[in-house]
Design a protein around this ligand. Sequence first.
Ligand code: HEM
Length: 345
Amino acid sequence: MCDTPTQPHCNPNARYRTFDGSCNNLRNPLLGTPVQPQSRFLPPEYVGDIDLPRTKSLQNERLPRVRPTSNTMNSKNQGTCLDDVTVAVLSWGTLVVRDTLETPSTSIKLSVKRAYNVLAECFHINVNDDDPYFNVTCLDFVRASPILADQCRPGRRQQINQLNSYLDASQVYGLSEADNDKIRVYRGGLLKVNNDNIPDKQDSQSIDEIITQTAFFRLHNIYAKQLSHFNPFWNDEKIFQETRKIIGAVVQKITYDEYLTTFLNDETREKYCLKSSCRQYDETEDPQLRVGYSVAAGRFGHSRIPPLQRFVNNILRVLPGPTSPSLLKQLVDDILQEKAGCVDR
Ligand code: HEM
């Protein structure tokens, strides 16, 4: 069935961003909104040109096997080690990813896939007997859910971004009014926290998520109280939206002016306009994240994960479950002191 998404009506003078990122681009209001195809640096090259993964090079030779390639690449690689980069930088990296990108994978269970041999959705990685890391014969590798770039025309398989691609603190506020509704007090522009000043909802969250969500909920509530104090005639909605606007700006400012400096030099940030001082807006720019970023470039941060994080045992004991202020303090102290791993070449 051909299901063309409804175009939203945008108010060009709106003061606040929408939750799903629609209307950020007035020429194409749906650009960068959730459940849109990820963009590409280059068109995909599938076997049969529709959706089967490539097995041969352009010279028609079999592509090298994944595990030997990975082991060879990593065996001599010491990477770039920086003394002044801590795990906190890594946490910020995950925050940036979680604010902008989530590629859903096909939801059929692996056992079902094996039984029915659904090869297009499952692309196992074979493992040799002498593999230094894995003592199995095969690794499950589930493919990303498919979508067509143009939903009304058959074409090559593309991948989806479930989130809005904009760096707008949507990780804190949600992607819709309904998401947002769950975290608001609807009084004084505040967000819901428990007696320990920690966000109520903590189930199925990672350590980083608990830390950053707590930090941003607290910061939001501090700013909301200050705004409310200086603007006694503002109602809940006004205080909430103004505070959300400030928090979005804080996320952008730290990302562009501090986080990016840990791996991009000044010249590069200048050249690609990756500084908060860079105010030029190009409405023809595609804000949707690229597949090359989600599957490769964006994951460079993984090599920064240290081999062992000091707090790992505590965390395994504590999660999932309520977080206490003392544990939270320990986690924050840890990530501020623990050195990050070395970045791959
Ligand atoms: C303790 C730290 C981290 C852990 C445990 C972790 C773990 C993971 C896992 C399990 C996935 C999903 C793998 C898959 O479905 O293929 C993933 C995806 C990803 N990670 Fe990380 N990661 C961490 C930190 C980072 C950092 C610091 C960055 C970047 C600076 C990063 C960038 C990405 C990206 C871009 C994806 C793809 C997301 C998507 O397309 O949905 N990760 N990570």
